[in-house]
Write a protein that binds this ligand. Structure first.
Ligand code: DGJ
Length: 551
């Protein structure tokens, strides 16, 4: 992987870390790690599974202590357990080799005092496809720290991923940061690191045309990539296979020979290079402190969008396979999902064992509903953007969802994904159906005419905006815990045996340290006489239902 003259010291450190992570036993001192032994990756913190009920701060928030002072407690009150907070290369290394971690320390301190965890976002070489966070001594020395060049040879404001000098300088700063966090964070406030931000080339070119890049374009596609693609050919992303098919799935040759001479091939070429660079930065950091690390992605906004309109070489789903082939220190490739089709985007990253994480997404009414859905799909973290800007409170849609998800954490992290299902309403949806434990669950969204007269809450107070989500957990045979808002849920038989289903009991309630605490016993109007579960829109609540089957 470190093919281009990476310094020997870094090479050794990074390889040590790589080998270690392949065979190492999990840390026993509570250091956060990703447990990938089961079908769903679990983030372990202080020896216990942890779900990131997160929110991302705006880009500039953590640059001011005064600005942040009231925000820490406000975020804790709004039910976030983790904030995603920026730390930048220009701030930690204002002069080459001279580090200043005062803002990092202040963020750790601020989070700790409010009982919050942190995920630091390393804005190093790239942020949103541009290089604007590197220190002045890097910015102003374009000879030593070369830029991406377009086809006309114009320098763009983007550090070239083909430059070893760029990579090594970034990796040195990042390693120093991780060393510092390791030294000061004995309480494991920092759970995880994002390495760079929405990387790739944003501009008028899908690939770099600098001299280094031109030379690499004419070299053979590395064996490591070809071996991965050949081994996983049956499972590769369809959009990737389409491109590879154009050359009859060639397995040897230069990039244009194997993937064709097109923009799509150029994007694949850049994806490999960005994965190599950022994984090397992550490796240098992990050699100092091996907590989980991930990249986030500015995803394609429409089918067929050319690289450059979204950052070309970033980990969009159509080159996710290239990224997965290229990384060994990064643990997760994650999508930033602002598009309405959260379900579809998340599904495309549920690929070849890539752990599921949504590091950025929309907030507002959709935020709470999407959070319920996402955790039912096995994400270990969810984090809407700009939460310090919104008037977040424990009563906002997200706060209410997080309150329920916090209670469900022991269940969600102890049960297999096959015991859960989730749905969320997207534009145009009226109904959904899922299968669980020999039942077919028919879900109807609020505001859509329900079955027959007296359809309970489903026909009352119809929501003006689409609402509705349900997270269903099968806790025992014929028993379910449902966290939902804006839906009704019917249970139908979906396996051999008696073909009628009735409800034994329905309770609303809460979980206290994993123990169910019943509230009202629901019947009559509240279940339409035990015909279906009814959840009003807006604030999610919990219900426990026991069913029986009979002829
Ligand atoms: C995505 C980026 O990753 C964030 O840092 C921020 O710039 C948002 N876009 C703004 O919408």
């Amino acid at each position: 992987m470190f093919t281009r003259g990476f310094s020997t010291a870094f090479l050794l450190l990074a390889l040590t870390a790589s080998t270690a992570s392949a065979v190492a036993a999990p840390p026993t001192d509570g250091t956060p790690y990703l447990d990938r032994s089961g079908p769903t990756a679990r983030l372990m913190v202080d020896g216990k599974p942890f779900l990131i009920l997160g929110g991302e701060l705006r880009n500039s928030s953590t640059s001011s202590l005064d600005y942040m002072e009231p925000i820490w407690p406000r975020m804790a009150a709004a039910k976030f357990n983790t904030l995603l907070a920026v730390t930048t290369w220009e701030q930690v290394e204002p002069q080459e080799g001279k580090f200043d971690f005062s803002l990092v320390d202040a963020a750790i301190d601020g989070a700790q005092k409010s009982g919050l965890h942190l995920v630091f976002l390393w804005f190093g070489s790239w942020k949103n496809g541009i290089s604007s966070y590197e220190p002045a001594w890097v910015k102003s020395d374009m000879k030593r720290f070369p830029r991406v060049q377009d086809a006309q040879g114009t320098n763009l404001e983007i550090l070239s991923a083909f430059s070893n000098a760029n990579r090594d300088a970034d990796a040195r700063a990042y390693a120093a940061l991780m060393k510092h966090i390791h030294q000061v964070d004995s309480k494991h406030t920092v759970l995880m690191m994002q390495v760079e931000n929405e990387s790739g080339i944003l501009g008028n070119t899908a690939r770099d045309h600098s001299a280094e890049a031109e030379a690499a374009w004419k070299k053979p596609v590395p064996d490591a990539l070809m071996n991965f693609l050949t081994k996983n050919k049956a499972q590769l992303q369809p959009e990737f296979l389409d491109v590879w098919a154009r050359t009859g799935f060639k397995t040897k040759g230069m990039w244009a020979e194997v993937f064709g001479d097109s923009q799509r091939a150029e994007e694949i070429f850049e994806a490999w290079q960005y994965s190599q660079y950022i994984d090397a930065v992550a490796g240098a950091g992990k050699a100092e402190y091996a907590i989980p690390m991930y990249v986030n992605t500015w995803i394609t906004q429409y089918t067929g969008e050319p690289g450059g309109e979204h950052p070309s070489g970033g980990s969009v789903s159509r080159v996710l396979d290239v990224w997965l082939a290229g990384i060994s220190h990064l643990d997760v490739v994650a999508p930033d999902i602002y598009l309405p089709d959260l379900r579809g985007v998340l599904a495309s990253y549920d690929h070849l064992g890539n752990p599921l994480l949504i590091p950025e997404t929309r907030n507002g009414a959709a935020g709470g509903a999407n959070a319920l859905y996402a955790f039912g799909q096995g994400v270990f973290g969810f984090s809407p953007f700009a939460v310090d800007q919104a008037a977040e409170s424990e009563n906002s849609a997200l706060g209410a969802a997080y309150r329920v998800l916090d209670q469900l954490t022991p269940l969600l992290t102890s049960l297999d994904k096959s015991k859960m299902a989730s749905v969320v309403r997207q534009e145009g949806d009226a109904k959904a159906a899922v299968e669980l434990d020999g039942y077919l669950l028919r879900i109807q969204y609020e505001g859509v005419t329900a079955r027959g007269a007296g359809g309970g809450a489903a026909t009352n107070g119809a929501a003006t905006t689409p609402s509705g989500a349900a997270l269903i957990i099968n806790t025992a045979p014929d028993e379910f815990i449902v966290a939902a808002e804006g839906v009704t849920v019917n249970f139908l038989p979906n396996s051999k045996g008696p073909q009628q289903v009735s409800m034994v009991s329905v309770e609303e309630g809460t979980f206290n340290n994993g123990v169910w605490v019943p509230g009202r016993r629901l019947n009559g109007d509240e279940t339409n006489s035990n015909d279906h579960l009814i959840f009003r829109g807006g604030t999610p609540t919990l219900q426990k239902v026991k069913l029986y089957r009979h002829d």
